[in-house]
Design a protein around this ligand. Structure first.
Ligand code: FAD
Length: 307
């Protein structure tokens, strides 16, 4: 019930101002976001990698209104990659990019976002790491996959994200289950119409299982982006069935969610990567996390009553 309301609120400027200006929000945000500044992100990378958990970093900045902001977001990634390079973290940390932060939804945005992503992919390659293109609402999928295809010609390890809730995803998974292709499979975090996406949780879970089957049977490098114990178990069964060794796929979870499970998987020798967001523009990301899980919302509301 609350999920759709919170997803709608994640797009509301009024709610953004209200939630962002409430001082009590901060401790809850800190559970999911590694600080406003680059230094917080680097501290998180060092702590996680010391525990055997790899990282993908997301500089938050998805809702922009002009090309100058797109360039500023691109430059924030360049500064991040530079810092990762200086600390010798290129082997353990990659970056996740939302093309909307690079201007995808502005007029002429496809080319602007494509150029920004290319510059970041070059900088990533220089320090021995790579980029994954996050997937946003369904209107952006064609543009994002076209930019992916273009980038993969020069940077073959550029990763994609597929959202199981979209009807089209099984076809996209077949097309991307090829040698060298890195694909993160997630359930999907946006409010999508019934014309393009499954609406019920069971239908989404079944769709996830089908797309996972396609990716694990294929020749690519699946990245299982889920906290769901059933999907993790299914991935392990499929790895066994298709004789995949642990270096041919990885698990991914969000920073601050199921930390114990992240450490358990690492300790058991599985590849696991935490998705670490940081930056001042945390509102949309934070609201999507609240929408996913009532327990997260309860945690948020409790912070108002327990002080
Ligand atoms: P859910 O259906 O939310 O939860 C299933 C089960 O997982 C729960 O019943 C519970 O057992 C367990 N669980 C979930 N959360 C918790 C918790 N907080 N504590 C304890 N147990 C929990 N979405 C996009 O649309 N685009 C993206 O680019 C994108 N990138 C992502 C990157 C990563 C690494 C991850 C992990 C997710 C990403 N998402 C993205 C979000 C994704 O689409 C889902 O909204 C989100 O992962 C929740 O789905 P779930 O698979 O974890 O399972």
């Amino acid at each position: 019930m609350l999920g759709p309301v919170l997803l709608a609120a994640s797009r509301s400027d009024r709610m953004r101002r209200l939630v962002s200006r409430t001082p009590l929000t901060r401790p809850v945000v800190d559970r999911f976001v590694a600080g406003d500044a680059l230094s917080g992100a680097l501290d998180a990378v060092q702590a996680l990698t010391a525990d055997g958990i790899d990282v993908t970093l997301d500089h938050l900045g998805e809702d922009i209104t002009d090309a100058a902001q797109a360039r500023a977001n691109r430059d924030a990634y360049l500064a991040l990659l530079d810092a990762l390079g200086h600390k010798g973290l290129g082997k353990r940390a990659e970056v996740s990019v939302k093309l909307s932060a690079f201007g995808q939804s502005l007029p002429g945005g496809h080319d602007l976002a494509s150029a920004g992503a290319r510059r970041v992919a070059e900088a990533a390659a220089e320090i021995g790491t790579t980029v994954t293109l996050d997937m946003e609402d369904h209107t952006t999928v064609d543009s994002t996959l076209a930019i992916l295809a273009d980038l993969r010609r020069d940077f073959p390890s550029t990763g994609a994200v597929l959202q199981a809730y979209l009807f089209r995803t099984e076809d996209d998974a077949r097309a991307l289950a090829v040698e060298g292709s890195r694909v993160r499979l997630v359930k999907g975090a946006y409010k999508e119409p019934a014309s393009v996406a499954y609406q019920g949780k069971d239908d989404v879970d079944l769709a996830y299982a089908r797309a996972l089957g396609i990716l694990m049977a294929g020749d690519g490098y699946p990245m299982i982006g889920s906290h769901d114990p059933r999907m993790i178990e299914l991935a392990l069964q499929l790895a066994d069935k298709h004789d995949r060794t642990p270096d041919t796929y990885e698990f991914q979870m969000l920073y601050g969610i199921r930390d114990g499970e992240q450490h358990r998987l690492a300790a058991e020798g599985h590849r696991i990567r935490a998705y670490v967001p940081y930056g001042a523009d945390w509102y949309g990301y934070f609201m999507r996390r609240l929408a996913e899980r009532p327990a997260n919302l309860a945690f948020f509301l409790r912070s108002f009553t327990t002080r």
